[in-house]
Ligand binder design. Structure first.
Ligand code: UDP
Length: 254
């Protein structure tokens, strides 16, 4: 199907060479992994939904002046993006305690945090993406102090936008992960939001029922992941009531 040159293959996406220099094609796979690939499934249609949901979010970020790598969606599974130099950090923004924060600090999941908290994890599968401090980031040269400031400013803006977007459709944004890259334009470089933002990388709880509409359905064996992602897409108004992203429901391949 794809005769283009493959640049990189990750857990949930493949990057191909783009049609013009400085562009890449980001392909969304159906693979779901957790706990650093110790848990793996293929969920038919997940990639299609994440492509659409991430497109929706990145189009809006671009339109409110938050710079991203996103150019346009090309088809059901692929989007055209600008080639950036990915900074090897996961930027996690938390509004409500959950997941690793709850475990690490003994704060009950669902506790509203006194303010939004930004954390950095070093992207390294062999080390299970450890939490790192700004000291480590600058000492080891992963990003400069100015770049850390830029990433934090972007993270706060993205958090404000996403919180409002999801609140408007009855969803509480608990936390999310984003990645940044260096976009070179001639001699100029700026930090932009890269990768994806989707229910794979956010915690999204229904405001009324507190039902999880995100990848915790997979991590915690709750089932119904595809239906949850479809529900997010439906509420965002990017999927018709009757549209199915392929297959008639979640197909879990053990
Ligand atoms: N997250 C992610 N990729 C990762 C780790 C975390 O997208 O490799 C997201 C996760 O979906 C959640 C947020 O980052 O929205 C915070 O995750 P946490 O640190 O609590 O880790 P987890 O409990 O998922 O191991």
């Amino acid at each position: 199907m794809n005769r283009r040159r493959r640049i990189y293959e990750g857990k949930a996406k493949i990057l191909y060479e783009g049609p013009e220099p400085g562009t890449l094609i980001q392909h969304f796979k159906d693979d779901a992994t957790a706990f650093n690939k110790k848990k793996h499934d293929v969920i038919d249609g997940k990639g299609v939904l994440n492509n659409r949901i991430s497109e929706h979010i990145f189009v809006h970020l671009n339109s409110i002046g938050i710079p991203t790598h996103f150019i346009r969606r090309m088809n059901m599974r692929e989007q055209l993006i600008r080639e950036v130099e990915i900074i090897p950090l996961e930027i996690v923004v938390r509004n409500v305690a959950a997941g690793s924060l709850s475990k690490r600090l003994g704060i009950e999941e669902g506790t509203q945090l006194p303010r939004s908290i930004i954390e950095f994890n070093y992207k390294n599968d062999d080390l299970d993406d450890p939490l790192v401090a700004e000291e480590h980031i600058t000492a080891f040269g992963w990003a400069s102090p100015q770049e850390i400031d830029d990433m934090m400013a972007l993270a706060i803006r993205v958090n404000d936008f996403l919180t409002g977007l999801f609140l408007g459709i009855g969803i509480r944004l608990i936390d999310f992960k984003m990645e940044c890259g260096r976009l070179w334009e001639g001699d100029m470089m700026r930090i932009v939001v890269a990768d994806e933002i989707s229910p794979d990388s956010c915690r999204l709880w229904d405001i009324e029922s507190e039902d999880k509409l995100d990848k915790d359905r997979f991590r915690r064996d709750l089932g119904g992941l595809l239906e949850a992602y479809q529900e997010v897409a439906r509420r965002l108004g990017i999927m018709n009531e009757n549209e199915r992203p392929r297959g008639s429901g979640p197909v879990l391949v053990q």
